[in-house]
Design a protein around this ligand. Structure first.
Ligand SMILES: C[S@@+](CC[C@H](N)C(=O)[O-])C[C@H]1O[C@@H](n2cnc3c(N)ncnc32)[C@H](O)[C@@H]1O
Length: 259
């Protein structure tokens, strides 16, 4: 995965040519991506590297690696024992953010991402892809899947690609998705890419209030066709709501905040 992200990073730099820019990451126990990004910084460029680690244990162990490295201990490089802030915190300059969360798309995690990024930015997100216990996962994410949901939420950006993979250590299914608001980057990758971009699902109507309406009509025993025509839903959208409703009935959302 790291190589794929770094390749995208190189395209981003070559095409958008940022001068003052942010790189945001969660290095975990490897600074491979971050070191390569620092090595690529030109004399004429001003990169600020913001690295976050929420776990004290991991941070204190990795801090010594940072301190021993000339590249990682230079000015403009920050390694914080904090949670990743929302991407809007870096809206001062073009940003390449790799939110390698590898966690569930909980409402808290999903809320970190928005269209509020500077022009010519890239956002790469990794989420766990399948959930044996959907508790605590955003219900709209459950209904539509993480990629479609994020595509809807980041409607000001273009989805460059999404890819499923397995986490090396635990073998857990993950999904990585990359977005950009740079039209030139999107069109260049479109020409070069062999990966077919998934069709954008029309999720304009993805709201909890509509969910309630679907729920009420399903409760009244209306047919799928009637519900779809009444609420102007596509087949896939209704299927998503119905799948979410089934999970709700099984008690899967008992801990979610939204009602
Ligand atoms: C999957 S690992 C990162 C792997 C790394 N990018 C690599 O290339 O090997 C995720 C790391 O980020 C930390 N983390 C997860 N969510 C976080 C958050 N919201 N804020 C800060 N750190 C987080 C985890 O504790 C873990 O150490």
């Amino acid at each position: 995965m790291r190589d794929g992200v770094f390749n995208l990073y190189k395209y981003w730099k070559n095409i958008t040519k940022p001068i003052y820019y942010n790189v945001v990451s969660l290095p975990g126990e490897s600074f491979e991506f971050e070191l390569k990004a620092l090595e690529l910084e030109k004399e004429s460029e001003h990169m600020t590297l913001h690295m976050y680690e929420k776990l004290e244990k991991v941070h204190s162990k990795q801090k010594s690696v940072v301190e021993k490295s000339d590249l990682l201990s230079q000015t403009g490089v920050f390694y914080k024992n904090e949670s990743l802030p929302p991407v809007s915190a870096f809206a001062n300059a073009p940003t390449f953010a790799w939110a390698d969360l590898c966690g569930n798309p909980t409402p808290k995690n999903v809320e970190l991402f928005s269209n509020l990024m500077a022009k010519k930015s890239v956002l790469v997100i990794t989420f766990a892809d399948r959930f044996r216990h959907p508790d605590g996962i955003d219900r709209d994410v459950l209904a539509f899947g993480a990629v479609s949901y994020m595509q809807h939420k980041l409607s000001g950006m273009t989805l460059l690609f999404s890819e499923e993979y397995k986490c090396k250590t635990k073998g857990m299914p993950m999904v990585m998705m990359a977005f950009t608001n740079s039209k030139s980057l999107a069109s260049t990758l479109d020409e070069k890419s062999t990966i077919r971009r998934p069709k954008k699902v029309n999720t304009k109507k993805l709201t909890p209030s509509l969910f309630k309406e679907v729920k009420a009509l399903l409760g009244k025993g209306l047919s799928n066709e009637l519900i779809m025509s009444k609420l102007k839903l596509h087949k896939m959208e209704l299927a998503g709501y119905k799948a979410a409703r089934t999970r709700e009935l099984r008690g899967g959302w008992s801990k979610t905040k939204k009602s």
